[in-house]
Design a protein around this ligand. Structure first.
Ligand code: IVH
Length: 706
């Protein structure tokens, strides 16, 4: 596990690597939530902060940039259930301008690029930036053939059947239209239709949607197009992709053509000739915004002449001839009626402000996030205060400031005891650097009902118990199940026994299982009843105890009894035990403290005892002292052909070597497979001993597979 709050400047290379891995996974999860499921889980600002952190770390450690770096992603990958369509012309994104200065810079850069003087007026179109989702609709010989979402910009989802249900989009083009036409624009839901749909959903006791944009996206991703048809989606055409012929030579000419072909185009689109005129139109649209029947989040300026657009061309992800001038976030004032505590999957306690309902940009807001106790303090906010809130296309609006504090305002005391059923103490987390963190967590960890499911998923994950046929999906199935629950790790190992006692209600008779699959699952569980010590330690999911730390602990203490004894002693504040663990390579105070905390919580120790009673725990292999690589630091790079990375690492560690991720003066050996790049060059520069896989096998006296 990595420290999410450590300043980028203070990260070591290993920490940076781990942090980039964590950020890639976390941002992918948010991308999936936002684009894939149309249900974002964090505000845009928080998402942007994660992205920025990723970029800052990449800038400091360019050699660590990952192939799947979040920086390279435009939108969402294709969702499951729809076939893919590769866009003949990529669907790009737009650069943003946040103030008049940015707009001036944009216009001036267009003039500069074209080598034209500012007085030789270049015309721009200015059109509202619709807050929906972009769509590319292809017509061949005048007939609608496919419709695709943007996806990652190159490949989108084939949503043709659903788009055909949108009555505003013509199914055929008039005679005379080019033989291949791709019309692009925004599918959106009108504010009115969104509110009516949500009222209906609420009346039926169903989950309501967050905002029109996510609802439109969700409505398009329905596998059943009759659902899409019931959602009253709308469309504005504003761009194009593949065209066999161009029917016009300007942006506004193209829009007029789309209108003539029967597409809705936005009535607020204007063709203008100066920076001042663009900004004036932006301000006018801003004033009209609240009254518009649909959500917009800015104004898009585009160079009008298509020949100039072609000369300006593109940067990697956006055109040089267009920019989106964004509106500031929408604000409103309301009363804060209460502060509740929510517990997240990692046990973090988040205060949530309950508000008197207020409409902000067409969305009724009743909650706002307060992030943490420090934020409450910073804002000086108290219950009954009148507060200013902001919604920036976010899920959870934020509180900006206190406008008025009445005499009866009440301060909020952050709970010291978790509101979860365990009533365990809440811990203010310290970061690895010793700085006080701002996250408060329930100390119940595995035992906390809010965290248990996530912990169980971690417990069965690949680097922990790795049980075939028992992954995240199955934990969802078994957790809290009425007949055959897995509510704590020990339950996994009593599953067969309890199943046999269930008589007719056996697992093999349940949906998704049969005789063979149930048997397979029990066999896979049985195979893991004997487990390596490091996997067990890692599987417990103790904060800050990652795979490497678990290995270090296993190797240092040798067997479970010794690890357990040390952990309990640390929990009891035993100084010698704390110092002993703290002295281990790669183990710092944050780890020792987390272990002490985990084993100081009776719910956790009970859970651990139940589990270990079910297991045969292997002793850690003592690293060889006499191997030719004992005590040396080894780096593997390039593509290994005779062993996997994990195997190579395990072998080196077994032989007493330390495996590092990057080359430095401390590196003793670099094992380079084909395609090795910068690490090999660096090793050569530093005079590090370098060999290929065969050289390695020869050195350690092991034959591959042997
Ligand atoms: S032009 C090559 N015009 O904004 C540029 N985009 O941030 C093509 N959008 O993906 C886009 N209204 O989903 C353009 N009038 C408008 C727009 C618009 C909304 C969206 C579109 C695009 C995103 C870029």
């Amino acid at each position: 596990m990595t420290d999410e709050t450590k300043p980028v400047d203070g990260l070591s290379e290993a920490e940076a690597k781990a942090e980039l891995e964590r950020l890639a996974a976390e941002l992918a999860r948010h991308d999936e939530a936002y684009h894939g499921k149309d249900a974002p889980i964090i505000p845009d600002a928080q998402y942007d902060a994660l992205k920025r952190r990723n970029e800052q770390i990449e800038a400091r450690f360019p050699a660590l940039v990952r192939i799947d770096s979040p920086r390279f992603k435009v939108g969402a990958a294709v969702a499951e259930g729809f076939s893919k369509i590769t866009h003949k012309v990529p669907m790009l994104s737009l650069d943003n301008a946040f103030n008049d200065e940015d707009v001036r810079d944009f216009v001036n850069s267009v003039y500069r690029f074209l080598g034209q003087l500012p007085d030789q007026s270049i015309a721009f179109t200015a059109e509202p930036k619709i807050d929906g989702l972009s769509m590319s609709i292809r017509y061949e010989q005048g007939k609608l053939v496919t419709a695709a979402t943007r996806g990652d910009g190159t490949t989108g989802e084939n949503v043709t059947a659903n788009v055909k249900t949108i009555s505003e989009i013509p199914n055929t083009l008039p005679a005379g239209a080019p033989s291949v036409v791709e019309v692009r624009g925004e599918v959106y839901m009108a504010k009115e239709d969104f509110l009516a749909l949500n009222a209906r959903m609420a009346a039926e006791g169903k989950q309501t949607y967050v905002n029109p944009r996510n609802t439109a996206a969700g409505s398009l991703r329905q596998l059943d197009s009759s659902v899409t048809a019931s959602r009253k989606l709308k469309f504005f055409a504003y761009a194009w992709g593949d065209m066999s012929d161009m029917p016009a030579d300007t942006q506004h000419g193209m829009i007029e053509t789309f209108e003539a072909w029967g597409f809705p185009v936005n009535p607020l689109t204007k063709r203008l000739g100066s920076i001042e005129a663009l900004i004036e139109h932006y301000n006018a649209i801003g004033l009209a915004r609240a009254e518009l029947p649909y959500d917009i989040d800015g104004v898009v300026y585009k160079v009008d002449r298509l020949d100039l657009q072609a000369r300006l061309g593109f940067r990697s992800r956006s055109p040089r001839w267009a920019i989106a001038h964004k509106f500031p976030a929408e604000k409103a004032t309301t009363k804060l009626t209460a502060i509740d505590i929510q517990i997240g999957r990692t046990g973090a306690l988040t205060p949530v402000a309950r508000l008197e309902p207020i409409t902000v940009g067409g969305v009724v807001v009743t909650n706002a996030t307060l992030h943490n106790a420090e934020e409450i303090e910073r804002l000086g906010v108290r219950i009954h205060d009148t507060v200013e809130i902001q919604r920036a296309g976010d899920v959870i609006p934020q509180i900006l400031r206190v406008v008025e504090s009445p005499a009866n305002a009440v301060s909020f005391d952050f709970p010291k005891i978790c509101p979860c059923e365990l009533k365990t103490p809440v811990i203010r987390e310290e970061t690895a650097g010793g700085m006080e963190g701002v996250i408060r967590r329930c100390s119940g960890e595995f035992a906390c009902p809010f965290q248990r499911k996530e912990h169980l998923k971690h417990f069965v994950s690949r680097k922990a118990f790795d049980i075939d046929g028992l992954g995240e999906k199955q934990i969802e199935f078994f957790y809290g199940d009425k007949t055959l629950p897995i509510n704590q790790p020990a339950d996994i190992f009593t599953l067969r026994e309890r199943d046999e006692a269930n008589g007719l209600q056996r697992l093999k008779n349940r949906d998704g299982y049969g005789d063979t699959s149930a048997q397979k699952l029990f066999d896979a569980i049985e195979a893991r009843r004997t487990i390596a010590l490091d996997r067990l330690i890692f599987g417990l999911g103790i904060r800050h105890v990652g795979e490497q730390t678990a290995k270090t602990l296993a190797r240092a203490y040798g067997d479970w009894a010794s690890v357990h004894e040390a952990a309990l002693a640390i929990a009891n504040g035993d100084k010698a035990a704390i110092e002993e663990m703290d002295a281990l390579d790669d183990i710092g105070p944050a780890v020792v403290e987390a272990i002490g905390r985990f084993f100081g919580e009776p719910h956790n120790t009970g859970m651990v005892d139940n589990l270990t009673a079910q297991l045969t725990i292997l002793e850690a292999e003592k690293p060889a002292q006499d191997s030719p690589v004992a005590g040396l630091t080894v780096v593997f790079t390039g593509s290994l052909e005779k062993m996997t990375r994990d195997e190579a690492k395990a072998m080196a560690e077994r032989l007493g070597a330390k495996v590092a991720g990057s080359v430095s003066k401390k590196t003793d050996i670099l094992v380079a497979g084909p395609g090795a790049g910068s690490k090999l060059t660096k090793a050569q520069e530093l005079g590090v001993r370098t060999m290929d896989e065969d050289g390695w096998f020869e050195l350690v006296g092991v034959t591959p597979g042997g």
